[in-house]
Design a protein. Structure first.
Length: 614
């Protein structure tokens, strides 16, 4: 069988597999899998509220146990010795479950790892917040001050509304509980004193640290106003499923903030919030896992797009069904919480119940998926036009595109010395968003370097290319992802293959090919800020790398042909090449294994190969 025949056979197999996985409503609902945080926090919330969900707790405990490694730690990715915060979160949740004691072997192993790696004092700031809520860690001294930001008008550079929408959803409840120094204990609360390296820290638990200036009437008044505004913002952002902006991570903190404000566990807001978290449960024969935010819109858009690239017509039943599903979730208007004005939108969000945070990446993904239908159906044409308009309007003044916000204020990062704060609060232009948006605008609107917006976007990419020829990708791992998005975007808008920037990128990419003929990048890359290779190649990284080469070369060079064969072979073997996380959330703290990616990116790469070289 020739390589072309093998490729077509694999494309056909993937199409059949994907179509069989489609739900009746037209969506695809693959797992958005992350580390132990969401499972651990769900157990803690259920025990804190004393909700009768014993079967769920049992299943989440089993998932945590399966993910513990032989050294006692929990990892976020395969090539790491362990993650301290993840280990503390899982350890605490297992104690909260009531099924384990500190003397049990698995917990003794985890305890040893925790103490060897710095104890509770060294965990991530978000883990400290969760522990503080349960009276297991002292509240940070500086935390009440940012509440004053809630009182700042939107036009000021230090306003709460200058943060990214993702951060606002998490920050609002944290501002409330942090200001109040709220803690809660009950019969399930464990004792973690033995996990402090410095026992003086433990003695500070439950103590107030507010400085004298914060007790002045002026500051008390502003704090009261700020808490009320934070409460209003938070409640206004509750979605139909009861969650806060469709994020489990934000909803956990919202539950505690509502408790701190006097809401009872029986309150509909808290009851619905917990139901919403539980609705994120992904069930399979192998595991039960609370997803942080189901990736239904993202997966459905990318799958529909890849199926069409593989040869399915927009008239195909699967494509029609997916398109109708996507159309129903376009965000057409949203209320601005600061001045109560409504303005038209046109974007899409990551998950179906998120109606407050449209983003650039999901919008361009959906627009690709409905592009062909928009040429025939007036309803889709209207949605397409408003989506494209919104996407173009989201371009930053520097020429690039970010995720949620436009022209985010970088100076905010200097106000809060918090871990990962700059990675979330400051929604700056990124190579992956800019490259993918350019690729869409070039291939679907036929815009090129004669258009000023395109020229600005390409200039941003050239300006932000690394010295070695790569680009950093914010929402994927990491330099392979960014380089793939940048190069394919530049090619789509007419930048020639012999352009120095593209040649430099291709040279870098070829130099990173592994001995096994593919590409694999470690999650450590986004922690250290430089490319760190994996000892083996992954299916997704190899697909991105090959797709980059296919976009640049006019003939199928050996590196491409050999890589295509690897993809075909590796797809049949369920190992780390498939399961290694290639989605990025928070460097060093949150990574994603998209179960959909093992189908989307190989199918897209194989289709591009077949369309160009057959």
């Amino acid at each position: 069988m020739t390589l072309t025949e093998q490729v077509q056979t694999e494309i056909n197999r993937l199409i059949e597999k994907i179509k069989n996985d489609q739900f009746k409503d037209g969506s695809w609902r693959y797992c958005f899998e992350s580390g132990p945080m969401t499972d651990a926090y769900t157990i803690m919330v259920l025990r804190t509220l004393e909700f009768n969900e014993e079967d769920l707790i049992d299943k989440l405990v089993n998932r945590l146990l399966k993910k513990q490694h032989s050294n006692g730690a929990w990892k976020l990715y395969d090539d790491d010795d362990g993650n301290l915060s993840a280990t503390v979160e899982a350890y605490t949740a297992l104690l909260y479950s009531g099924y384990f004691q500190t003397s049990d072997l698995k917990l003794k192993m985890a305890e040893e790892y925790i103490l060897e790696n710095g104890g509770l004092e060294q965990v991530h700031i978000s883990t400290k917040f969760m522990l503080a809520l349960h009276d297991l860690y002292p509240w940070p001294k500086f935390f009440p001050l940012p509440l004053l930001l809630m009182n700042s008008p939107k036009f000021l550079p230090i306003s709460f509304y200058k943060f990214s929408s993702y951060v606002r959803s998490h920050f609002a409840p944290l501002l409330i509980v942090g200001n109040k120094r709220y803690t809660t204990r009950n019969q399930w609360t464990p004792n973690l004193q033995h996990l402090f390296l410095n026992n003086e820290k433990y003695k500070k638990i439950g103590k107030k640290h507010a400085t004298s200036i914060l007790n002045l009437p002026f500051f008390k008044m502003f704090s009261k106003m700020g808490i009320k505004r934070a409460e209003q913002y938070m409640i206004h952002s509750i979605e139909k499923d009861g969650t806060l902006s469709s994020y489990a991570s934000a909803t956990f903190f919202m539950v505690y903030s509502l408790l701190s404000l006097g809401y009872k566990p029986t309150s509909p807001l808290i009851q619905n919030a917990v139901k919403g978290i539980i609705s994120f449960l992904y069930k399979s024969d192998e595991q039960f896992h609370i997803q942080n935010s189901p990736s239904t819109i993202w997966d459905t858009a990318l799958i529909s797009y890849s199926l069409q690239k593989a040869g399915l017509s927009e008239k195909d039943k699967s494509i029609q069904s997916a398109s109708n599903y996507l159309l129903s979730f376009q965000q057409k208007e949203i209320e601005n919480n600061n001045d109560s004005l409504y303005y038209s939108l046109g974007g899409w969000s990551f998950s179906e119940y998120n109606t407050h945070n449209p983003d650039v990446d999901d919008t361009q993904a959906v627009l690709r998926a409905i592009a062909n239908l928009s040429l025939q159906n007036p309803e889709f044409r209207i949605a397409w036009n408003s989506g494209v308009k919104w996407l173009l309007e989201m371009q930053n003044n520097d020429g690039g595109w970010a995720s949620f916000e436009k022209n985010s204020n970088k100076s905010l990062a200097r106000i809060f010395p918090l871990q990962n704060f700059v990675d979330t609060a400051i929604d700056s232009s990124t190579a992956d968003l800019t490259g993918r948006t350019l690729e869409f605008l070039g291939n679907y609107l036929k815009l090129d370097m004669n258009h000023q917006r395109i020229k600005d976007g390409v200039n941003w990419l050239i300006k932000n290319q690394k010295e070695d020829g790569s680009w950093y990708g914010r929402w994927g791992i990491s330099y392979i992802y960014g380089t793939w998005a940048a190069v394919t975007g530049m090619k789509a808008v007419g930048v020639p293959s012999d352009h120095p920037s593209i040649q430099k990128a291709i040279g870098w990419l070829l130099s990173k090919k592994n001995a096994d003929g593919g590409w694999g990048e470690s999650c450590k890359s986004d922690i250290l800020g430089e490319y760190i290779p994996l000892s083996y190649s992954t299916l997704v990284h190899s697909s991105w790398a090959l797709d980059t080469l296919i976009s640049v070369f006019d003939s199928d060079i050996d590196e491409i042909n050999n890589g295509i064969l690897n993809i075909i072979n590796w797809m049949r073997i369920p190992d780390n090449r498939i399961t290694y996380p290639t989605g990025g959330g928070l460097p060093g703290h949150f990574y994603i294994y998209y179960h959909s990616y093992q189908y989307i990116w190989p199918l897209l790469t194989l289709s591009h190969y077949q369309n160009k070289f057959k």
